[in-house]
Design a protein around this ligand. Structure first.
Ligand SMILES: NC(=O)c1ccc[n+]([C@@H]2O[C@H](COP(=O)([O-])OP(=O)(O)OC[C@H]3O[C@@H](n4cnc5c(N)ncnc54)[C@H](O)[C@@H]3O)[C@@H](O)[C@H]2O)c1
Length: 309
């Protein structure tokens, strides 16, 4: 029976990974979260589970990973716009945090597989659509740069130490809990969640620019399954995988599917014109498939009038 650690377990994706692993495996799961952007409500229903142990703490307070077979690293400050304003804080949370975990492994000479949450932001606006992992890297924000640097440190340090890692480059995740109304950065959280929340609360949907920018939206449960498949793969992979739906929808189309009350606000720097994943590598190597569809999720959420979708 494996013993695993999830950093950022009280966040949007971390809490779904927790649900997935408790439901689908017999693993023992430790989770840490400093609740900077996550919230207890995301994991409350799991706190009594006999195979889950939660500690409210920063991962920088961790000094040993010896007991773990796997580490899922999701903790981060995952928003593009704030990363332009609070640069050093984002370097600490998005790069140094991962380096801290790597240093513990090196210090202990114990190298559990590290499944690292990376981002499609590393491609900027890609030249090739759909975009494969061999696309040129073009970081448009400090956040993207920090995600890519983390990947680079893993690659570089694995030339000297027996690191075992997988980088998962998520495209645009959506699903329950994506919008945390108490999060100071919630204006920049996943657009599907923001739009559903605003529509539910009678507020106009704010589309940046003309809304022609397109995104590849992937359901959070599909991300959780990708983490699991990366974890159980029998070989050392030490590579990156795109995790997206491999389809694309414009922001204006998304908005129109949710509400007629739409306003336009200024375009933001640092954001790509299009994201559209080529996921053939994840399909082939991990046996992963995106199983959920945004259109059915929207239809269900609107029917339920789900404010935290
Ligand atoms: N949501 C997206 O659009 C998206 C897209 C691509 C990649 N990612 C990546 O996926 C991962 C999870 O993102 P999310 O959307 O669930 O974000 P989130 O903000 O909901 O979750 C991150 C969690 O990490 C916690 N955290 C932050 N710093 C910490 C620290 N030092 N110690 C302990 N906990 C800490 C936060 O409190 C939060 O619960 C991140 O690495 C993010 O960069 C997210």
């Amino acid at each position: 029976m494996k013993k695993v650690l999830i950093t950022g377990v009280a966040g949007f994706i971390g809490s779904h990974l927790l649900d997935f692993l408790l439901d689908e495996t017999d693993w023992y799961i430790s989770g840490v979260d400093n609740l900077s952007t996550g919230r207890m409500a995301n994991i409350e229903q799991r706190l009594d589970h006999e195979r889950f142990d939660f500690k409210e703490m920063s991962l920088f307070e961790l000094h040993s990973l010896k007991e773990y077979d796997l580490v899922f690293h999701l903790a981060a400050l995952p928003r593009i716009q704030p990363s332009f304003e609070l640069v050093s804080e984002h370097i600490r949370e998005n790069l140094m945090a991962a380096v801290h975990l790597i240093e513990i492994m090196i210090g202990e000479g114990h190298f559990p597989r590290l499944i690292n949450s990376s981002s499609s932001a590393v491609y900027g606006t890609p030249e090739t659509i759909p975009t494969s992992e061999s696309e040129r890297i073009s970081c448009l924000s400090p956040y993207a740069f920090q995600k890519f640097e983390t990947e680079q440190y893993l690659e570089l340090l694995s030339t000297r130490y027996p690191l075992d890692y997988v980088n998962l480059r998520y495209f645009n995740p959506y699903g329950p809990r994506s919008f945390n109304p108490d999060n100071k950065f919630n204006a920049y959280s996943s657009v599907v969640g923001i739009f559903l929340y605003r529509a539910k609360n009678g507020q106009s949907l704010q589309v940046t620019g003309d809304g022609a920018q397109k995104r590849d939206f992937v359901h959070v449960r599909d991300l959780a399954r990708a983490n699991y498949l990366a974890a159980i793969h029998p070989e050392k992979l030490n590579t990156a995988f795109n995790i997206g739906h491999s389809s694309t929808m414009s922001i204006i189309e998304l908005a129109k599917r949710i509400s007629e009350d739409i306003t336009f606000i200024d375009k933001r720097e640092g954001e790509a014109e299009i994201t559209y994943a080529d996921v053939s590598k994840a399909r082939k190597v991990l046996g992963w498939e995106p199983l959920s569809s945004l259109k059915s999720y929207l239809a269900e959420s609107l029917q339920k009038n789900d404010s935290h979708a």
